[in-house]
Ligand binder design. Structure first.
Ligand SMILES: *Cc1c(COP(=O)(O)O)cnc(C)c1O
Length: 393
């Protein structure tokens, strides 16, 4: 190794010592509720595939058919020659799904936040952001030239103070930005109050519904859950979680869409995702209503698991969704528990700093509609046994 790059090894080794490194295991088959991970059969407890759509026959079929018709790649940036009619069909489907005037896609959800947020505001404006917002929002906010105000997590009194402050300073535009479902804790933004407060103070709202789509509002997301569909000014999300596909989505007015694709650098200067990905995503959106039993099952499993793991003595924090953390605290302990789970045939991940604050390490349990109650009982037994061995409960 060259001396100049010694720091890579040194810093990695320090992270490793602090229990802050990822072990990247590889799935050797489809992502479903029961998976094979590095050759070992496991119950999947760590994926965002909430509705078990990632390997659904209808999504597979739609994907294969699109490859036959459109080939493998899009061939160009979205802005030049990469946008195909099947992408545009998906845009219309997004609008229908979200109850908005228009929709569009980006490569990923991350690319929406990083590309769009900095374009919505400038020096004369302010972004008002929840302290626990996702890293992609934080990066989007950092890339903007606007002033920033951060309110304590879901604290509506503080949000109102920020809005008052913003009005005093006479900003040109103010946008309140929040996750819909907070991905590390599994709680839900107080969307009704946020929309109301923003309205009262003349601010706009921007919501990241990545973990809400397929989960909240009968699968349609946070807008429908709080009966504010079409009232959120900027709504983005992803096909890569409950919807089982891939790619970022944006929904809102037709002017938003035109503005977004003419200004977002992550869109203008990057390739369209492959046409078969659009086909996968279209099939997924159709399945949300066609197979509404999946959403129902997901919530039944959620309710059962949360109740049972709490009765074992684990703290699940403020969870209100199929993201049910078991708070551990120490990152090395959380890592050890995750490793022991793997030995037991349970694929669970420890979430540690920097994804959550130091000392707030946890196992993030995520429900999957393809699980059975027996799967959950197996997992709960392991929690009981290992929790005692590792002195957690
Ligand atoms: C996963 C996630 C994203 C990123 O979505 P991708 O399509 O995977 O890039 C953005 N925001 C939140 C809140 C997320 O959980």
């Amino acid at each position: 190794m060259k001396e100049k790059t010694e720091f890579l090894k040194r810093e990695y080794e320090q992270m490793k010592k602090d229990g802050l490194t990822w072990t990247i295991r590889g799935l050797d088959g489809p992502s479903t509720a029961h998976v094979s991970v590095d050759g070992k059969k496991c119950i999947m407890l760590a994926s965002n595939n909430y509705l078990d759509l990632a390997n659904h026959p209808k999504l597979r079929e739609a994907t294969i058919e699109a490859v036959k018709k459109y080939g493998a790649g899009a061939g160009s940036d979205w802005s030049i020659a990469g946008t195909m009619d099947i992408h545009k069909k998906l845009w219309d489907k997004i609008a229908e799904f979200k109850g908005t005037e228009a929709g569009m896609t980006y490569q990923t959800g991350f690319a929406v936040n990083a590309g769009l947020i900095p374009q919505l505001v400038g020096k004369e404006d302010v972004l008002i952001s929840d302290e626990l917002n996702h890293g992609s929002i934080i990066d989007g906010v950092r890339l903007s030239k606007a002033d920033k105000m951060i309110y304590s997590h879901s604290n509506m009194a503080e949000l109102e103070n920020c809005l008052k402050e913003a009005n005093k300073k006479d900003y040109r535009r103010a946008i309140v930005i929040t996750d819909g479902v907070f991905s590390m804790d599994g709680d839900v933004a107080k969307m009704g109050e946020i929309v109301e407060l923003a309205e009262e103070y003349g601010a706009m709202t921007y919501v990241d519904d990545a973990h809400g789509e397929g989960v909240l509002g009968n699968g349609h997301g946070i807008g429908r859950e709080f009966d504010v569909e079409g009232e959120i000014d900027f709504e983005m999300g992803t096909f890569s979680k409950a919807l089982g596909g891939f790619g970022g989505m944006l929904a809102g007015s037709k002017w938003l869409v035109k503005y977004a694709y003419n200004t977002s650098r992550t869109w203008l200067l990057s390739a369209a995702f492959p046409p078969h990905v659009a086909a996968t995503n279209i099939a997924a959106l159709e399945l949300i209503d066609e197979e509404s039993h999946r959403v129902k099952k997901l919530w039944e499993l959620t309710e059962y698991f949360k109740k049972e793991i709490e009765s074992l003595g684990y703290d699940t924090g403020v969870s209100q969704t199929p993201i049910i953390p078991a708070m551990i605290g120490d990152s090395n302990k959380a890592q050890e528990l995750a490793n022991r789970f793997y030995d037991e045939g349970i694929f669970a991940l420890a979430i540690v700093f920097p994804m959550v604050a130091k000392g707030k390490a946890r196992i993030r349990n995520q429900m999957n509609a393809g699980m059975t109650k027996e799967d959950l009982d197996y997992i709960l037994n392991a929690y009981e046994k290992l929790g005692k061995e590792l002195d957690l409960v």
